[in-house]
Design a protein. Structure first.
Length: 423
């Protein structure tokens, strides 16, 4: 095969790869098209030149990957990880279509020797098939779901890429001797396991850190409001103390003194929340209390467990309380009730979170359907929103969710039990 023939075939390879990458890009600009066209031509020239003048297939393979990475980097403007994912995804699509085209020719031509004209015809048909398939199938949607939004699939793709590179290099060096060597196989397995472990650990750590940062960013302003509220309360308490002293000085009865004292304590949410050991949870519950007040709903907190110690992270704990309280608020408003109860307690090694609120019987049915992950077209209400997520968090922590509807009091009771942390 001459250099010009190799250049033409390499051009088709580069063109199809760039075309797939263009399809995967979210917002395509004019500059991207120009860069892609230049990258296709320069890449084809370099790949064909190295493949033609160099007998070392490993060098040719490595240069091919580097050029492809540079083109994807210029078009997608992504980091190295996303370049790898995009490259493997695009290469899989291109390789599959090329293989199907070659198999189609093998059916009608029983020969393993292909002339330049035959190879060119295969490349042209492959390019046409690539364009048609990218038009007909939701390739971009698959890319977003499988690659961008799926951390585990990204790990699989990385593994495939590593194994692919190692096998290609070994195939062009001395694959048989390596595979016959137990030590060689063990080294390959250990490398893959090490990379997997690092990626999974790094991914989980990043997810937890991201959720924590999101949580703190969300509730630090609430904590600042709390500090300001405490400063305001200092003045109020000073007035209450003066009133109690006045009552005492004019010899008011003990009952009147006690009634005033209980009224002051009952109206103060801080007497219940301030003793919580988890300050993030305290701030969150206060924000939910204020939110409910603005909707003319009062939350009655019954806190018998001030040290909520469990395996779940703070952001997950906040989500558990948030889902339960939001659903209780919605159910309470549906029946025009004025308040509901949130209970925190500890029983038999389990942290208990329980909400009790007025609700129609249909609300209970919605809760059960949502917890069972059933879907019905006639269920369009907001009540039960988020309970899929609640169920996942509780199940992952080896906990339990108990839902009960009391027909006599017309109240729905949702009880969440989460095991205490093991120290």
């Amino acid at each position: 095969m001459t250099y010009s023939e190799s250049l033409i075939l390499s051009f088709f390879d580069m063109f199809m790869l760039v075309y797939i990458v263009f399809t995967l890009k979210s917002a395509l600009q004019k500059n991207d098209l120009i860069k892609g066209m230049l990258g296709t031509m320069v890449g084809a020239i370099l790949v064909s030149a190295i493949g033609y003048y160099s007998s070392n297939q490993v060098i040719s393979f490595t240069v091919n990957i580097i050029i492809a990475f540079l083109i994807i980097k210029i078009i997608m403007r992504s980091d190295l990880k996303m370049i790898i994912f995009t490259y493997v995804y695009s290469l899989t699509i291109l390789g599959t279509i090329q293989l199907l085209t070659i198999l189609f020719f093998r059916i009608f031509r029983d020969s393993r020797e292909y002339t330049f004209a035959m190879n060119l015809l295969i490349q042209i048909l492959t390019a046409i098939m690539v364009m048609i398939i990218l038009r007909l199938l939701p390739i971009k949607r698959f890319y977003i779901i499988l690659i961008k939004e799926n951390r585990w699939m990204r790990i699989v793709v990385t593994n495939v890429f590593i194994v692919y590179c190692v096998l290609v290099i070994l195939w062009n060096t001395n694959l048989n001797e390596f595979l016959n060597s137990i030590l060689g196989v063990l080294i390959l397995v250990v490398i893959i396991m090490l990379i997997n472990t690092l990626m999974i650990t790094h991914g989980v750590s990043n997810q937890i850190l991201s959720e924590k940062i999101k949580l703190y960013d969300m509730y630090f302003p609430v904590i600042e409001d709390i500090i300001e509220e405490v400063r305001t309360k200092q003045h109020d308490y000073h007035n209450h103390i003066q009133t109690l002293n006045a009552l005492n000085s004019v010899n008011y009865t003990t009952d009147e003194f006690k009634q005033y004292y209980e009224r002051v304590i009952t109206n103060d949410i801080w007497t219940k929340l301030i003793r919580l050991d988890n300050k993030v949870l305290m701030a969150f519950l206060y924000s939910k209390y204020i939110h409910a007040q603005k909707r003319n709903v009062n939350i009655e907190f019954q806190i018998h467990n001030h040290f909520f110690e469990s395996q779940i992270q703070d952001y997950e704990l906040v989500e558990v309380f948030g889902i339960l309280i939001d659903n209780s608020i919605e159910a309470t408003l549906e029946v025009d009730a004025k308040d509901f109860e949130v209970l925190m307690s500890y029983e038999d090694g389990m942290n208990v979170i329980q909400t009790r609120n007025k609700a129609r019987p249909i609300s209970y049915d919605k809760l059960m359907l949502t917890l069972k992950k059933e879907r019905h077209a006639d269920i369009k209400g907001k009540h039960g929103y988020g309970l899929h997520k609640l169920s996942n968090i509780v199940n992952n922590s080896k906990g339990h969710i108990i839902v009960h509807y009391d027909n006599e009091s017309q109240e729905v009771i949702v009880r969440v039990e989460i095991p205490e942390s093991l120290k």
